[in-house]
Design a protein around this ligand. Structure first.
Ligand code: ZN
Length: 202
């Protein structure tokens, strides 16, 4: 079964002014679509064709013969995940269990905000900033290119795409401004809370 590009969970202009319809048109319609198309071409006729996306990411990480498959599969997974991390009128400090978990493991919302922003800005070149559960604790990380928590044996709770294609049309080189807008206006905490509940059940 070939993989398909999932539709965005909101209209293309829903995240304006923080992410424009034009950015989503390219980011979802061209970049994400290209990862899906390339992955399908790469696995066609191979045993990987019958695996789930998660299985492909895990099975091909660190396999030098399958770097291209990994890069594309991980980028499909990362983008599927990323769209769900965003929503109109999102962001700001979370409430409930999440607020408590941030307090317990990461020093609270303001410290989280500073540290997550730093992780996103410090990621040299293309990559991702993440909030993950690692060995039962929340942790902030950043990864290069397509590498993700799934490959590293961690559970992803939240991510911010810091590839230039995520922000260049709206912010040009001002990655810190994009990350700040992500934190203040775009994070879908309901999705993050669902991920935390799933992580606890494991
Ligand atoms: Zn992207």
């Amino acid at each position: 079964m070939a993989f398909e590009l999932p539709p965005l969970p909101y209209p293309k202009n829903a995240l304006e002014p923080y992410t424009s319809a034009r950015t989503l048109e390219f980011h979802h319609g061209k970049h994400h679509q290209a990862y899906v198309t390339t992955l399908n071409e790469l696995i066609e006729g191979s045993p990987l064709e019958r695996k789930s996306l998660e299985e492909i990411v895990k099975a091909t990480y660190k396999d030098e013969a399958k770097t291209k498959v990994f890069n594309n599969a991980a980028q499909v997974w990362n983008h599927n995940f990323f769209w769900n991390c965003l929503k109109p009128n999102g962001g700001g400090a979370p409430k409930g269990d999440l607020a408590q978990a941030l307090e317990r493991d990461l020093g609270g919302w303001h410290k989280f905000e500073d540290d997550f922003k730093k992780a996103a800005v410090d990621q040299f070149g293309s990559g991702w900033a993440w909030l993950v559960v690692d060995k039962g604790k929340l942790k902030i990380t950043h990864t290069l290119n397509g590498v993700d928590p799934l490959a590293l044996g961690q559970t992803a709770l939240l991510t911010c795409d810091v590839w230039e294609h995520a922000y260049y049309l709206d912010y040009q080189n001002r990655r810190p401004d994009f990350v700040q807008a992500f934190l203040d206006h775009l994070i879908n905490w309901d999705f993050v809370a669902q991920n935390l509940t799933k992580a606890k059940a494991r």
